[in-house]
Each structure stands twice: as structure tokens, then as C-alpha cells.
Design a protein around this ligand. Structure first.
Ligand SMILES: Nc1ncnc2c1ncn2[C@@H]1O[C@H](COP(=O)(O)OP(=O)(O)O)[C@@H](O)[C@H]1O
Ligand SMILES: [Mg+2]
Length: 238
């Protein structure tokens, strides 16, 4: 059953370009549900990364409230936000950003390894199971530099899933990929979005990925211009 994961109420974001304050996001109201691949689309500069960063508690909004599973987190301290972020979110970016000299396994558990304590074997087992799931088991102990860009991106997705997050937040994860790798990554994200209690949000400027969306939201001028969940009068053309 789909559940509410994230709620945005009147979220606005201003950036100042020197002297002038510019409103990039204008009073957005959005509810994000589990069991869905939500695609947020818009041209370059429309505020997609800003919105994703606010949703992922990386960036503070200028106005508005944010709820995670009914709990308001808008006034949390930096430390509290970091804890909520670590427990609930996984991030995937345009470039996989793996450390080339480290093995695939080491890349996946790097955040935990950097914390100093011994990485529990359960975490390594989860990494192995994710890599098997993504068809990458033969590369577990190989250096990540030998992987193709599509394989690297799947490793980055495994890394984002290692803490079993509620929500996977992906910023243009297919933009740097050829169409074949892009299809594999999109299939993977779609499948992950159907896992129990999980949701996936992907922002993109690429209309070719729209057919993968369970829900398509278009950002125009810092506001929701179209939402397939509520607007039924527009064709969702690829
Ligand atoms: N830290 C920042 N300081 C000032 N302006 C910013 C900052 N981050 C983003 N912007 C501006 O906000 C707008 C939206 O940016 P962004 O969210 O990155 O768009 P998108 O991801 O859709 O390409 C752009 O005009 C960008 O220049
Ligand atoms: Mg962006």
C-alpha cells in the first residue's frame, strides 16, 4: 500500500545573485508517496536540483514546512537533520563519483568505513546481495575503474541503498549514460520504487525517461506546472 513519505507545504527558496534576491521555488505544495517512481521534470535552471536538495534535507528552504512521514522536520538542528537524512534517504547523482582505486565493495560501504568503527558483516552481506541483484557480483572485489558508466551508476545506486532508505533521491541519474545503460538504470530504479515501503524520486530534463514515471511532475517557473496525479487533462507524451 502506498504511504505518504514526504510532504512539502508552501516551500519557497530564494537565492541572492549579489544584490538581487531571486525566488527560484515559489510556494510549492507536494506530497510524495511510496511504491512510486516520481519523475520531476523541467528545463535546466528550473529549480530541480534545488527542490531535490530541500527534499533530501541538504538545503534549507527560505519558507515553508517539510514533513517526513507526518513528522515535521523544518525546525530541526543540523545534527538532527543529518541523522534523519542518514536514516531515511539515499542519494544518486548524475555521475556515479566512485573512487577509482577502491574496489566496488569498498565504494559501497565507504561512508560506514570512514566512521572508523568496524563495518558490520551484515552490511557487507547487504552490499553483496544488492550487487547480485544488479548483476554485478563478478565485480565485487574488482577496482571500480574497470566498470562501464552504466555499471558504475548501478554501484552508486547500491551505495545509496545500503542503509535501506525510505526514499531514493536521484538527480539526473541517466544524463551521462548511453541509451542502453540508461534503460538498465531506469529499470533498476523502477523496480526499487516497488520495494515495500520505499519510494524513488528522480529529477531530469530529459523527456525520453517520462514513460518510466508512475507519476510525472513538471516544474515551470518554480511552481508545479503539471502533476499526473491531479491533472488528468494533459497527455503525458514522451
Ligand atoms: N547556491 C546558489 N546560489 C545562487 N543561485 C543558485 C544557487 N543554486 C542554484 N541557483 C540558481 O537557481 C536556479 C535553479 O537552479 P537548479 O536548482 O540547479 O536548477 P536545475 O537543477 O533545474 O537545472 C538557477 O538559476 C541557478 O542558477
Ligand atoms: Mg540540476
Amino acid at each position: 500500500m502506498a504511504q505518504v513519505i514526504l510532504q512539502l507545504e508552501g516551500i519557497a527558496k530564494d537565492f541572492s545573485d549579489g544584490k538581487i534576491l531571486r525566488r527560484v521555488l515559489k510556494k510549492l505544495d507536494l506530497t510524495i508517496y511510496s511504491q512510486e517512481l516520481t519523475i520531476i521534470a523541467g528545463p535546466s535552471g528550473s529549480g530541480k536540483t534545488t527542490l531535490l536538495s530541500i527534499m533530501g534535507l541538504i538545503l534549507q528552504p527560505s519558507e515553508g514546512k517539510l514533513f517526513i512521514k507526518d513528522k515535521e522536520v523544518s525546525r530541526y538542528s543540523e545534527n538532527e537533520l543529518a541523522t534523519v537524512r542518514m536514516r531515511n534517504f539515499g542519494f544518486v547523482f548524475q555521475l556515479a563519483e566512485l573512487l577509482p582505486a577502491l574496489s566496488v565493495m569498498e565504494n559501497i560501504i565507504i561512508a560506514q568505513a570512514l566512521q572508523g568503527a568496524r563495518v558490520p558483516s551484515s552490511l557487507r552481506e547487504r552490499a553483496v546481495s544488492l550487487l547480485k541483484d544488479f548483476g554485478l557480483q563478478e565485480y565485487i572485489h574488482g577496482k571500480s575503474q574497470q566498470l562501464s558508466s552504466g555499471q558504475k551508476q548501478r554501484v552508486a545506486i547500491a551505495r545509496a541503498l545500503i542503509n535501506d532508505p525510505l526514499l531514493l533521491l536521484c538527480d539526473e541519474p541517466t544524463s551521462a549514460l548511453d541509451s542502453e545503460s540508461s534503460t538498465i538504470v531506469l529499470d533498476t530504479l523502477k523496480r526499487i520504487s516497488k520495494e515495500s515501503g520505499r519510494g524513488v524520486i528522480m529529477v531530469t530534463h530529459d523527456p525520453r525517461v517520462f514513460p518510466y514515471a508512475d507519476r510525472l511532475i513538471k516544474i515551470e517557473d518554480g511552481a508545479v506546472g503539471y502533476d499526473s496525479k491531479t491533472d488528468t487533462n494533459e497527455e503525458v507524451a514522451p
